[in-house]
Ligand binder design. Sequence first.
Ligand code: GLV
Ligand code: GLV
Length: 326
Amino acid sequence: SKPSVLVARAVFPEVLARLAEHFEVSDNQADATWSADELSARLAGRQGVFTTASERIDAALLARCPDLKIAANMAVGYNNFDLDAMSARGVLATNAPDVLTETTADFGFALLMATARRIAESEHYLRAGQWTKWSYDLFAGSDVHGATLGILGMGRIGQGIAKRGAHGFGMNVIYHNRSRLTPELEAECKARYVSKDELLQQADHLVLVLPYSPASHHAIGAAELAQMKPTATLINIARGGIVDDAALAAALKAKRIAAAGLDVFEGEPSVHPELLRVPNVVLTPHIASASVPTRLAMANLAADNLIGYLVHGKPLTPLNAAALNA
Ligand code: GLV
Ligand code: GLV
């Protein structure tokens, strides 16, 4: 008989149809929000699960789902997975890298530009009927071209943002990362490696693209914000929790930095109430990878991982294959 998989969230019907060619599929096209208990109850007895960044796969769930062999995440980030617990139970984890790199870099740049040039704030003003006359400083913001672009976390998405800034906007690109790029990649990105302190102090626009882990929790808090230029903008397209949102809201309110653009939040979909009150922040609901073709490619990659592993024994983008073979 066919293996059985659970698709934990609503997804493109054509992706469900592909899965149904290979598996007994249980879906959630109503997109109900399940508790951890409900998720593990629905998953019990099944071999595979299609997750998004919202579903947590941890030791407690795994203990209740001994038949599970693979969890395929429709996201590049996978901090919703307890990889050690999954490896210990022999459960393969896969994510969805590469297919979203350029789309996500586009969005990082769009959020940077919207923030620097105050596009959201000025649009709200116009819609509210407050535009009665032109004036010399109406929504005057900061320049993007020629400015210093700082990037914290220089993976594929960070490199995509660096290239856009350097080649498209003549920006001076600096970055900090756990490891340095090769000289070839640094040249391709026209990016210069600096310490985290230099990055904070020199960036006119600072973009965060590092993965979330306990080590990157509150990588940007009050002390880091205090090092930034008062004219600087901060962009977070990485994960909630990398920024201390309460400290950021206080810094924006006090104009210790000029503005922020945020696609991810601590405790999302809740947003810190102070962030909703300050005008100098652009807020979007975790949509950096959300172009139609890219979301479809991410869903297909998650499906291909389930099919590849459960049907052919070969996943496409495994995260813990080495631990399982050991
Ligand atoms: C989205 O946040 C992702 O990790 O793909
Ligand atoms: C992270 O994995 C990235 O692609 O930047």
